[in-house]
Design a protein around this ligand. Structure first.
Ligand SMILES: [Fe+2]
Ligand SMILES: [Fe+2]
Length: 279
């Protein structure tokens, strides 16, 4: 590259870049490269892609570690395929980062050392039963799908394309979870273990949508660059999202008389309308 051609990062050029990007977003257009994007945009996008990379990869590794809990040999093989798909999602995001930031991202030695990862992926040791795995599978794969679907409508075209590649498989993962949910809730003992798993995993999954809108420091920047509208609205969307045969998370819990732990309502007052699902 010719040195004199590179524009220096002065406050004026940053301001000009910011204006350029915001005008594009206002016109409903997407960016296909980062050369004209302000540092704030590049940093936000990198932070988000890096986090998605780590969550996909760690999600896959955690699933591999949980394979032994699957009740049949056939299901072990089936769930290994789900785990492999998560690793492939991570690879797609790693390629995207390499193409646009010119750097490789790598996982830390252990999940405890990962700095930029959702907390829900830090607890593979909490998979004690197949019910734990299935409840995590339904809730977290659905939460990821909802979050990614909004990011897909965001302002960075190459990321939109990457999400299109990933999302059909995420929907397949949710269907896998629902199928098993129906089997596991057929007995009282199974239902009891599902209840324990929901009490453990639902609050953690609801937290993945971020802080409450009026307390979130990062939400205004995501909104500014067209990636998110509202964490609170996404949490509600998650509860009511169709997950096959007219079911939603709320109706699945309701029909099986599974209760929502009250900590969810303490942390997320906008979910109070589901309070009837508590004894
Ligand atoms: Fe994934
Ligand atoms: Fe998934």
């Amino acid at each position: 590259m010719i040195d004199w051609f590179v524009e220096e990062d002065t406050p004026e050029t940053e301001e000009r870049r910011e204006k350029f990007v915001l005008e594009k977003i206002k016109d409903g257009q997407q960016l296909w490269g980062l050369a004209d994007a302000p540092k704030e945009y590049k940093d936000l996008l990198f932070f988000t892609l890096d986090k998605q990379y780590r969550c996909e990869e760690r999600g896959g590794i955690n699933y591999f570690e949980a394979v032994h809990l699957a009740p049949t040999a056939e299901e072990k093989e089936n769930f290994r395929r789900v785990a492999r798909q998560e690793l492939r999602h991570g690879d797609i995001i790693a390629d995207l980062i390499r193409a646009h930031y010119g750097k490789r991202v790598e996982l830390a030695e252990t999940v405890k050392e990962e700095k930029n990862i959702l907390d829900v992926f830090r607890h593979p040791d909490d998979f004690d039963s197949w019910e734990d795995v299935i409840v995590f599978n339904i809730l977290m794969d659905l939460a990821a799908d909802i979050r990614l679907d909004r990011f897909k409508k965001g302002s960075f075209g190459p990321w939109t394309k990457a999400i299109e590649e990933i999302e059909a498989e995420e929907k397949g993962h949710v269907e896998h979870g629902i199928r098993w949910f129906r089997i596991l809730t057929q007995t009282d003992e199974g239902k009891q273990r599902i209840q324990e798993a929901v009490s453990l995993w639902l609050p953690r999954v609801l937290r993945t949508f971020g802080n409450l809108d009026d307390q979130s420091k990062s939400l205004p920047i995501y909104q500014k660059y067209g990636f998110l509208d509202s964490n609170d609205a996404q949490r509600e969307q998650f509860m009511e999202f169709p997950v096959g045969e007219g079911e939603t998370i709320v109706s699945l819990l309701e029909n099986m008389k599974i209760q929502i732990p009250s900590v969810c309502f303490e942390e997320f007052p906008h979910l109070q309308k589901y309070r009837y699902l508590v004894d």
